[in-house]
Design a protein around this ligand. Structure first.
Ligand SMILES: *Cc1c(COP(=O)(O)O)cnc(C)c1O
Length: 434
C-alpha cells in the first residue's frame, strides 16, 4: 500500500515511511492510495472469526509487506489485549467501552499499535536512536507514554504544561520506565506545541537524531481505530441497522469508523457528536467550513475547532457534501446538557458516563428521538469516568472509586525535567549525541 499526501505535493510513500514521517513533507496528511474492500466472506462471518484474525484481515493490506504475517499478528494481539465490552444502557442503546486500556481512554489502542510498529522497524535506521516527541494537553501524553514504555532504543519525550493537567494524567505521564521522559513546561499547551514545532524544524536536530511524532494524525494511530468498530459488531446479536455515535474532537476516531464502513462493515450512519466547538456540525448543515476560536469545555479532549482529520473524511467522499450528509449527522451540546445527561443516565439506568461519552450518548438520543426496535444505536465511551472524577461526581452526586490500576500509579513518585525554553529542550534531546 502506498500513502499519498492530501496536499498532493509529496511523493507517495510506503507504510513505514508514512509512519516515521507522521506528516508528509508538504505538510499534508497521509491517506491510503486506495480503500480496500473486504471479502464478503469475512463480513458475513464476522461473528465467528477470532478477534485477532479479524483485525489482521482489516488492516493487513494497509500495512503491505513491511511486516510479516507473524509480526503483524503479534502487534495486534498486544494492541487489543484488554476487554472492549458492549454494554446495553437502555432499549436499542449500547455503550462501547473503549476505556479499559492502560490509561483508561480510547487513545490507548492507536498509541500502542503505533509504538509496536515503530519498535519493529527501528532497526532499519542504522543504529541511530529514535526519539518520539509529543506535546500534550493531557490524554495523548499518557497513552503515548504507556504505549512506548519499556521499548528499547526508542526514547519518548512528552511535554506538558505545568500545573494544567489533572493529577491522574500527570502520574500517567511522569511515572514510567526510563525511556519515557516527561518535560514539565513552564507555560501553557501552546508553548509546549511551539517547542515541539521548533524541534522538528531544527536542522541540527534533524542531522543528529531521528525525531518522530506520535500525534493523532499518524496513520499508525488512525488506522487501528477501525478494530473496535469491527469488534463491536461481532458482539451484536441481531441483524438490525447499526448506527455509531462518536464523540469527536480531531475526528480521527470517526474517520476510522467511516473507513470501516467503506470497507464493507454493516454500518448505516455515523453521528458526529461534539461539544460547543462545533465546526463540523455547522458545516454539515450549512456547507460552510468556518472554524471559530476554540472554547474550553468539560469534555476537553474534544476542544478542537479545526479538526485535522476532517480532510480525510472529505477525501473519502470526494468532497461531495451531499454524500457526506448521507453518512454523517452532526449534533453539538454544551456543558450543562452534558452534565444533565450524566445525571439522567445514572439515575435512570445506573450507568456512569464521562463527559465525552455523555456527548456521544446525547448525539444518539437526538437522532433516535424515539427508540426504534430495528436499529442498534452504539455510542463510543471514550474515557473512564474516573478520568473526570470531579465533574462526574458533581453530576451524579456520589463518589466514584479509583480502579486498582490507578491506585498503584497514584502512589508513585513523579519524575520530570522542568524547562522554560526551547534551548533547554534541545540540550536534552541532543545530550547523548553531543
Ligand atoms: C481524543 C478524545 C476524543 C476525540 O477523539 P478524536 O479522534 O480526536 O475525534 C474523545 N474523547 C476522548 C476521551 C478523547 O481523549
Amino acid at each position: 500500500m502506498k500513502y499519498i499526501s492530501l496536499n498532493h505535493n509529496s511523493q507517495p510513500v510506503n507504510f513505514q515511511t508514512a509512519l516515521i514521517n507522521g506528516l508528509a513533507p508538504d505538510k499534508g496528511l497521509y491517506f491510503p492510495e486506495k480503500i480496500i474492500t473486504l471479502p464478503k466472506k469475512i463480513i458475513d462471518n464476522i461473528k465467528t472469526i477470532d478477534d485477532t484474525e479479524l483485525c489482521y484481515e482489516v488492516i493487513k493490506d494497509y500495512i503491505g509487506n513491511d511486516f510479516t504475517e507473524d509480526e503483524l499478528i503479534k502487534i495486534i494481539q498486544k494492541t487489543i489485549d484488554f476487554k472492549i465490552p458492549l454494554k446495553k444502557v437502555e432499549n436499542s442503546i449500547f455503550s462501547l467501552e473503549l476505556f479499559h486500556g492502560p490509561t483508561l481512554a480510547f487513545k490507548d489502542i492507536g498509541a500502542k499499535f503505533l509504538a509496536l510498529c515503530m519498535d519493529k522497524i527501528k532497526n532499519d535506521f542504522d543504529s541511530k536512536e529514535i526519539t518520539v516527541l509529543v506535546a500534550t494537553s493531557g490524554d495523548t501524553g499518557g497513552a503515548v507514554a504507556k504505549g512506548f514504555e519499556g521499548l528499547n532504543g526508542i526514547n519518548v519525550c512528552i511535554l506538558y504544561p505545568k500545573g494544567r493537567i489533572s493529577q491522574v494524567q500527570e502520574k500517567q505521564i511522569t511515572t514510567n520506565a526510563k525511556n519515557v521522559i516527561a518535560f514539565e513546561v513552564n507555560g501553557n499547551f501552546d508553548d509546549c506545541q511551539k517547542m515541539v514545532k521548533d524541534a522538528f524544524s531544527d536542522i541540527e536536530i534533524k542531522n543528529k537524531i531521528i525525531l518522530t511524532s506520535a500525534n493523532s494524525i499518524n496513520i499508525a494511530r488512525w488506522l487501528p481505530q477501525m478494530f473496535y468498530y469491527f469488534l463491536a459488531l461481532k458482539k451484536i446479536e441481531n441483524n438490525n441497522q447499526n448506527i455509531f455515535s462518536v464523540p469527536s474532537g480531531n475526528f480521527g476516531n470517526i474517520c476510522a469508523g467511516i473507513l470501516s464502513k467503506e470497507m464493507g462493515l454493516n454500518i448505516q450512519l455515523f453521528i458526529a457528536s461534539t461539544n460547543i466547538n462545533k465546526t463540523v456540525p455547522r458545516y454539515l448543515e450549512s456547507g460552510i467550513y468556518n472554524p471559530k476560536k476554540t472554547k474550553p469545555t468539560i469534555s476537553n479532549a474534544m476542544d478542537v475547532s479545526n479538526p485535522s482529520n476532517f480532510i480525510r473524511i472529505q477525501k473519502i467522499f470526494n468532497n461531495d457534501l451531499q454524500k457526506i450528509n448521507k453518512v454523517i449527522k452532526g449534533y453539538s451540546y454544551n456543558d450543562s446538557e452534558t452534565r444533565e445527561a450524566i445525571k439522567d443516565v445514572y439515575n435512570s439506568y445506573n450507568y456512569i458516563m464521562d463527559p465525552h461519552s455523555a456527548i456521544g450518548y446525547l448525539g444518539l438520543k437526538s437522532y433516535l428521538k424515539n427508540p426504534r426496535s430495528d436499529v442498534n444505536g452504539i455510542f463510543l465511551s471514550t474515557a473512564h469516568p474516573i478520568k473526570f472524577k470531579e465533574e462526574v461526581e458533581n453530576s451524579i452526586g456520589e463518589q466514584i472509586s479509583l480502579p486498582s490500576r490507578l491506585k498503584k500509579i497514584m502512589t508513585k513518585k513523579k519524575n520530570t525535567i522542568e524547562i522554560e525554553s526551547y534551548d533547554q529542550l534541545k540540550d536534552h534531546l541532543l545530550w547523548k549525541v553531543n
